[in-house]
Design a protein around this ligand. Structure first.
Ligand SMILES: C[S@@+](CC[C@H](N)C(=O)[O-])C[C@H]1O[C@@H](n2cnc3c(N)ncnc32)[C@H](O)[C@@H]1O
Length: 269
């Protein structure tokens, strides 16, 4: 088979698996192909067969090429981290619109809870370079934090982001995480899939992405809401952007509407 034919085969495989053609160039580089009539080397042929096998097994294309597009930038991903989703880009858009309206932008800290690949924290860092906004990125998975740090180095924002591997959020060790800035913008895309929905997820998700990044943890939402309460109790002005499921969305809505009445929130927390 020639290089040109191999590229045609890969393009067709992407199409039949419904993967974006934008990843074709990544696959071409991965196999060191060029647009020529040169025959493939033995090494290229076996790599091509392996790629086609992975695609036929519904392996997410992002894990095959080790990259995922988020907010117009590629992030390194691997099977220790969730593949960042388009829905989460919407959350960033909302947070940035809100950020524009904060009067004292020099006194803001952004916190990303459950950072995974670091896509949220790094995007926020890159989109707020003018104000050199400090960012805190938290995850309880050591391998996720390592991936996020790698991405932050790649984008030159490692110095702006404090990465915390903390298993006892909202504390880091025995210390509650309370930044010194007056305004805190919290973004979180925690695991929120309920078991009944997890069981019927497509194989490309449930067999490949980390279960720990997908399956809802009842305590985590309580901890998140507690955390917001802790920030407010520390005289912080808090903005909160959260991606969650519908069921718990109701609890969050109630938390927000009833927040002003301290008596009402005690049964929620
Ligand atoms: C849905 S993924 C989101 C990843 C990334 N923020 C994104 O949007 O692509 C949830 C992340 O939360 C982390 N996580 C799960 N439970 C946690 C906990 N109790 N404390 C801190 N992080 C947690 C997982 O390791 C995972 O990286």
């Amino acid at each position: 088979m020639t290089n040109n034919q191999a590229i045609g085969v890969l393009s067709a495989a992407l199409k039949s698996a419904d993967y974006p053609q934008s990843y074709l160039q990544e696959l071409i580089s991965h196999l060191a192909l060029d647009y020529s009539t040169e025959p493939l080397s033995a090494n290229q042929s076996s790599k091509l067969q392996y790629l086609l096998f992975l695609i036929s097994q519904q392996t997410p294309i992002e894990y095959i090429v080790g990259k995922a597009m988020f907010f117009g930038r590629y992030f390194n991903v691997n099977r220790n981290v969730l593949i960042p989703r388009f829905d989460t880009e919407k959350m960033i858009e909302q947070a940035l619109l809100h950020f524009d309206e904060i009067p004292n932008k020099g006194d803001v800290t952004v916190i990303d809870i459950g950072t995974g690949s670091g896509a949220i924290a790094i995007t926020m860092a890159l989109e707020t370079t003018l104000y050199v906004t400090p960012i805190i990125a938290i995850d309880d998975s050591e391998t996720a934090v390592a991936t996020a740090e790698e991405n932050a180095v790649f984008y030159g924002v490692k110095e702006r982001i404090q990465f915390l591997k903390c298993s006892d959020f909202p504390k880091n060790g025995s210390i509650p995480i309370v930044p010194s800035s007056s305004h805190i913008v919290v973004l979180a895309n925690p695991p929120y899939i309920q078991q009944k929905h997890f069981d019927v997820l497509p194989s490309s998700v449930k067999d490949y992405e980390p279960e720990h990044a997908l399956l809802v943890q009842p305590l985590l939402l309580k901890n998140l809401l507690h955390y917001l309460d802790t920030l407010v109790s520390n005289q912080k002005s808090v903005s909160f952007f959260l991606e969650y499921n519908d069921t718990e969305g109701k609890m969050i809505q109630r938390f927000c509407t009833e927040y002003k009445d301290q008596n009402c929130i005690s049964d929620l927390l």
